[in-house]
Design a protein around this ligand. Structure first.
Ligand code: PGA
Length: 403
């Protein structure tokens, strides 16, 4: 059974004495934690690892490190080898933390080497990914997270690594007291889970734990842990206080019960693109509430966008008048994004008609894309976005995600 992971990242905090004090308090209460469904890990600074090892001996507390070199030994001044960590009883190693990336210039290339080195030494890498505020504001969250994930794991791909952990830590939420809402976090976690399936087999992916990190506290832990794809947390500030960390580790996890509509593919990228624009046309809009086009339309309307549906067989969807073809939409409505939910044999004439409306973006599904149609649009300087819609990214239910 996959166990939740409640991990503490002490960063550059605590002397030997302070470490002792923390554990005096924390260990006196660990009987309050039910370890049957979870693991508790603490990653202190390197200097106190031997002390923490001694103090936690015979307890279920796992030991983590905050970084590690890829090599077992050698001329790497200032680095610590995974073998040295293993000798101290370390099981987990946090890698690619945003503070390493942003303050110490660690690149995806370095991080991927560390991930591989750590894994090969029999330790469990916790690969951290996450976007900055700037990137989020520019709708780059999924692009950034996807890239960090692929780059960070590229050396493990061939060995189908089994025991890795991913931590989604939006940079804007770290140490700021502003956590991502459970919904925001779940959306990215779900995205990560789907992306992992491009790297590892489905069975492995289902067992990979995806942690959330960024201002986790006793106040928000319960709601975060309700989300189906949040398998644990990486806690910074609050893990320094034995009582706060205990409160977090003790929480009873009750997952939200989510209905899985049988056809709930929704393209993630679409949730980001339109936010830059106001006017959207959906070609092939369906009146059936379980269809992706309906879900997307409902989402966009709720976000306050103007959506014009096109479908020759339907008169009205979600209170919106449906137009039989692109040629018949009102002339004063200039769509900035045209979303096409149509089979490939129908795409070309739709794109030809769409071009005349001079949208900024044409969106279609990767599986059905017709190269000719794509070329045609790009010749007109229209951005073409292709989505792996057929790889079905399951959203739990409309109610659940868009509430
Ligand atoms: P925070 O840090 O909980 O203090 O926001 C999280 C982290 O950096 O892992």
């Amino acid at each position: 059974m996959k166990k939740y992971l409640f991990a503490g990242n002490w960063k550059m905090h605590k002397t030997q004495k302070e470490t002792q004090q923390f554990f005096n308090e924390f260990l006196s209460k660990i009987s309050e934690i039910d370890f049957s469904d979870r693991e508790i890990m603490i990653a202190p600074p390197f200097t106190v690892l031997p002390i923490v090892q001694k103090l936690t001996e015979g307890t279920p507390i796992k030991l983590g490190a905050q970084n590690a070199c890829w090599a077992k030994e050698g001329p790497f001044t200032g680095e610590i080898s995974p073998i040295m960590l293993k000798e101290l009883g370390v099981e987990y190693v946090i890698l690619g933390h945003s503070e390493r990336r942003h303050l110490f210039g660690e690149t995806d290339e370095i991080i991927s080497k560390r991930v591989e080195g750590v894994y090969k030494c029999g330790l469990i890498p916790i690969l951290c990914v996450g976007e900055t505020l700037e990137e989020r504001k520019n709708y780059k969250t999924l692009e950034v997270v996807g890239k960090q994930l692929f780059e960070g794991l590229k050396k493990l791909e061939k060995i189908e690594a089994k025991s890795i952990v991913i931590a989604y830590e939006p940079v804007w939420a770290i140490g700021t007291g502003i956590n991502a809402t459970p919904e925001e976090a779940e959306q990215v976690h779900l995205f990560i889970r789907e992306k992992l399936k491009d790297i590892f087999s489905k069975e492995i992916v289902e067992n990979i734990r995806i942690l959330y990190g960024g201002s986790v506290s006793p106040f928000n832990i319960k709601d975060l842990m309700k989300k189906p794809n949040i398998d644990g947390v990486l806690v910074g500030g609050a893990s320094l206080d034995p009582y706060k960390f205990l409160e977090i580790c003790k929480i009873r996890v009750k997952k939200e019960i989510c209905m899985l509509p049988d056809y709930s593919a929704i393209p993630f990228e679409i949730l980001e693109i339109p936010q830059k624009y106001k006017n959207i046309v959906i070609v092939g809009a369906s009146p059936k509430s379980e269809r992706p086009s309906y879900i997307v339309m409902e989402y966009l309307l709720k976000q306050g966008f103007k959506v014009v549906p096109v479908n020759p067989a339907v008169k009205e969807i979600l209170g919106q008048k449906v137009y039989p073809s692109l040629l018949e939409i009102p002339s004063d409505f200039s769509p900035e994004v045209i979303v096409i939910f149509r089979r490939s044999d129908q795409v070309l004439p739709i794109v030809e008609a769409a071009i005349k409306l001079k949208p900024k973006v044409i969106w279609m599904q990767e599986g059905i894309v017709n190269e000719q149609a794509k070329e045609l649009a790009e010749k007109e300087n229209i951005k073409v976005v292709m989505n792996k819609c057929f790889k079905k990214i399951h959203l739990m239910s409309q109610k659940y995600l868009f509430k």
